[in-house]
Design a protein around this ligand. Structure first.
Ligand code: TXA
Ligand code: MG
Length: 351
């Protein structure tokens, strides 16, 4: 199949494209679309076959459920059986936006979409292209991130094409997304609201609205994780990513030594850092090492925006070994470090 790429202009010219995208969804096809977090791979959330196609296009295990995207809060009541008070408060504050909530589902959501669970994840994105697209489809849209399973989530249409060209009907291209990491997920179906995945809506922002929440993000090896996706390897670059934490002097010494040594022995090497340290690494690293700075250490929001693109760039440059600094875990930093740790397969050394 040839994948059609369509540019989103955010004006009336989009109407033709959106009509086509909506019709594609209603006839069981797949359309990748931008959200404010990452690009999603959309299909009709009420259609079992569309869900199967999504899993197959991504190569995703079928027990890892999809997020259902809606453009109008009213649609929520058609697909979930109970909306707890805490959920109301969170939706009031953060929808539309980068927050996914888990509810008890109604039967209208097929088990293929919910990965066999009796709950469903729902999100109301704020990106204008996402809103127009969902409205045009006239059905809720099931959409995981539009990457091949295991790869970093796509933050531009080019990333989607890299992974899914020829496997899906259409891509709505609105350029780079604004945020760059996936939505925060909060389970509001159980008695104690629980964060299952950190994101731009931070733990303290949530607690300011509904009080103390629990945090169940890293699954232990011997237990079944609450968000099924957490048990799979994620975001991993092809090269071996190792992270180092400690004082800058120590970290830069270790990273520089390891990177230069591997580079000298003929391997392709990458180094991942923040802006403040760029000048120093430029002086100490061998010149043909791929050095990527994600932005200022003081601005985890910016680092979040660049992280997945950087991981893909290391792949494109065929880096076999990647050495990375760690970043603050304050605020959005919690989400950044969650993704980075997963990308590194939890390979972190304190120095
Ligand atoms: O920002 C986002 O959330 C993006 C954009 C496209 O909206 N979507 C996204 O979807 O990141 P995906 O499929 O890559 O991640 C969904 C995560 C998975 O870890 C999955 O296990 C979890 O949500 N999830 C979905 N339904 C769930 C449920 N009923 N209970 C627990 N976890 C669930
Ligand atoms: Mg994903």
């Amino acid at each position: 199949m040839e994948t059609i790429v369509w540019k989103f202009k955010n004006n009336e010219e989009d109407e033709v494209m959106m009509d086509k995208a909506g019709a594609t969804i209603r006839s069981g096809g797949l359309v990748a679309f931008p959200t404010e977090t990452v690009y999603g791979l959309g299909g009709n959330a009420l259609d079992t076959n569309a869900a199967k196609k999504i899993y197959s296009a991504k190569g995703r295990p079928s027990d890892n459920p999809l997020i259902v995207h809606i453009a109008d809060k009213k649609v929520l009541y058609d697909i979930v059986s109970r909306v707890p008070k805490n959920a109301e408060k969170l939706m009031e504050k953060f929808w539309p936006g980068p927050l996914t909530l888990i509810f008890k589902k109604k039967d209208i959501i097929p088990k293929e979409v919910s990965g066999g669970l009796d709950t469903v994840a729902v999100r109301c994105p704020s990106h204008p292209a996402a809103i127009k697209f969902i409205k045009s489809a006239k059905v809720p849209i099931a959409a995981p991130s539009a990457n091949l399973s295991g790869k970093p989530s796509p933050t531009c249409a080019g990333h989607v094409l890299e992974d899914l060209s020829g496997r899906i009907d259409m891509i709505i291209d609105a350029g780079d997304v604004g945020l760059g990491i996936e939505s925060t997920i909060v389970d509001v179906a159980s008695d104690i609201p629980t964060i299952l995945r950190p994101g731009f809506v931070t733990r303290s922002m949530i607690e300011n609205v509904i009080g103390k929440v629990s945090y169940n993000v890293k699954a232990k090896d011997d237990e079944s994780p609450k968000a099924p996706g957490m048990k799979y390897r994620h975001y991993a670059p092809k090269g071996e990513l190792s992270l180092y934490r400690g004082s800058f002097d120590k970290v830069s010494e270790v990273i520089t030594n390891k990177a230069n040594k591997k580079n000298k022995s003929g391997s392709k090497v990458g180094v991942l850092i923040c802006d403040e340290h760029e000048d120093i690494y430029k002086k100490t690293l061998n010149p043909d090492i791929t050095l990527i700075s994600l932005g200022s250490a003081m601005e985890p929001e910016k680092i979040a925006g660049k992280l997945f693109g950087a991981l893909r760039q290391f792949d494109n440059e065929k880096c076999e070994y990647i050495y990375g600094e760690t970043f603050t875990e304050d605020g959005v930093g919690e989400a950044v470090m969650n993704r980075l740790m997963k990308a590194a397969g939890y390979n972190l050394t304190d120095v």
